[in-house]
Design a protein. Sequence first.
Length: 262
Amino acid sequence: MEHTREKSPGTFRIAFVGDSFTEAWGVQFNKGFSQVLTTMLNETRKDQKYEAIVCAKWGHNSMQELRTYERQCSAFNPDLVIIGYVLNDAEGEKNAPARKEFLYSLRITKPEGKWLWLYDNSALFRFFYLKKEYFRIKRAWIKGYNRMYGNFAGFRDVQRALLEFKRITESKNQKLVVALLPTLDYELSSSNPFIKYYRIMLDFLKDNNIEACYIFPYFKDKNTIELQVNPGYDSHPNETGHQIIAQALYDYLNSHAYLLSR
């Protein structure tokens, strides 16, 4: 969608910064949470016109998002910046050895030798083999995230990027919210292994007086398979998932009305 640099009178601009989740990977653009939220605001709040500036790109981490925002999106002078944060934003730069090692550990590996023949020709063997692989990958996720959200360069980059976002928005009298987007890889219950990493993020944001919208509770106890854009293969949120994210943000913004004032 094209936007003019100058805002028309009575327009409240919201910049949505992030990666493929914010970009609405796998669904129609107008079904992404940025567009759904903006429509909800325009339909229910008649005090001003709300306009979405989407500044997101697949695969970006927090430092890349910061650079893209500074170079391309800041000039549109948004009134509010919403950063769509996904836990893998702490993976670090693309060429970092630790990131490559982590991502490699998440790949399904096929067996070798005679076991490969069984894998290719026996549905029963393949079922149990893949079950074992999925369990290994789950452990790899947890091991990798424990390292990331401990003393890891990628997470330090996240912290620096978010603090710089805060500095920039404050200097321009803009509002800032970090939306902690849910990962849909595992069951959405209180035993979800990623909750502790969201809590680490929430603590960091609170300690630095950055507004945080924690969206996981809106997904709690829902069927994760029914919310994936391509169940079992691509865990990006589908249209229903984006609607839930939009509702969570809508509720948060309305309960913090000052965020919608200029």
